[in-house]
Design a protein around this ligand. Structure first.
Ligand code: CAA
Length: 261
């Protein structure tokens, strides 16, 4: 894809089947304004449609993944403005993304930035990362999923602590409470996320897609509903070429060549 027209982020192909998206508003610590969210939403549209894209890594820079919604832009919105806010559609686009999305987080990951990272399927943090929902300091509260996703990711007590006090937590705390799955040295965060993405990109895409969907659905469902969905998805995969290929390759002691069918 061409990203020549993008002003707030850059996209590059980073290995077979993997796109790396870098948020690029360093002057505002990558604050998420409408333009950035719109461009991110367009990139994910393209990634969704591109058959050769199997995973996407999203990152910021060494200082910030993203320091939240753009406060200057937000200040101009009254209640009706927020009700009609086009950013809501962009957030929905991000949430709907069906391919694996990995966040490589260094530095500040606050407010909408933390909410964006929580939309990723896997979060890898540099040891200097700071995660927080500081909206309370502005007299508001998280509005892009923070209260709900944080609750599900880290449990009630830590979610309450972060949202009500506005104090950020360290990468180490984020690992302990399950918000991130790994910590790296900051200079290796993107590298580690890309390696993971490359590994996932080599798997059978339909199995990856349905497994992701099963986990996400399970977060919103009771156990028996989640188990029923899992069983249906597992059964559907029995009809795929890649399932036959995966099993044949195991038996023939060779690497599988997945076709995505
Ligand atoms: N929106 C707009 N601009 C931002 C921003 C934001 N969220 N965060 C930082 N910036 C800008 C600063 O205004 C500053 O710009 P200028 O140089 O033009 O003054 C620049 O980025 C650098 O920031 P600082 O000088 O403040 O850097 P620092 O190292 O002293 O502090 C910080 C870093 C602690 C992250 C501080 O910038 C900060 O507290 N930022 C705001 C964090 C925040 O409240 N986020 C929540 C936003 S609301 C939200 O996200 C709602 C939602 O749920 C969707």
């Amino acid at each position: 894809m061409t990203t020549d027209n993008f002003r707030t982020l850059a996209v590059e192909t980073a290995g077979a089947g993997v796109w790396l998206v870098r948020l690029n508003r360093p002057q505002a610590l990558n604050a998420l304004n409408t333009e950035l969210l719109g461009e991110l939403s367009a990139v994910l549209d393209n990634a969704e449609d591109a058959g050769d894209v199997r995973a996407v890594v999203i990152t910021g820079n060494a200082r910030a993944f993203a320091a939240g919604a753009d406060i200057n832009e937000m200040a101009a919105l009254d209640m009706v403005g927020i009700l009609n806010d086009p950013r809501q559609q962009h957030w929905q686009r991000i949430t709907r993304f069906s391919k694996p999305l990995i966040a490589a987080v260094n530095g500040f990951c606050l407010g909408g930035g933390c909410e964006l990272a929580m939309n990723a399927d896997i979060l890898i943090a540099g040891s200097d990362a700071k995660f927080g929902q500081p909206e309370i300091n502005l007299g508001i509260m998280p509005g892009a999923g923070g209260t709900q996703r944080l609750l599900r990711a880290v449990g009630k007590s830590m979610a309450m602590q972060m949202v009500l006090s506005g104090q950020p937590i360290t990468a180490q705390q984020a690992l302990q409470c399950g918000l991130v799955s790994e910590i790296t040295q900051p200079e290796f965060t993107v590298e580690r996320a890309l390696a993971l993405a490359a590994d996932i990109a080599a798997k059978a895409p339909l199995a990856v897609r349905l497994a992701k969907e099963a986990i996400l659905r399970g977060m919103d469902a009771d156990l028996s509903t989640g188990l029923r969905y899992e069983r249906q998805a597992f059964t559907v995969l029995a009809a795929t070429d890649d399932r036959n290929e995966g099993i044949a390759a195991f038996r023939e002691k060779r690497k599988p060549g997945f076709s995505g069918r």
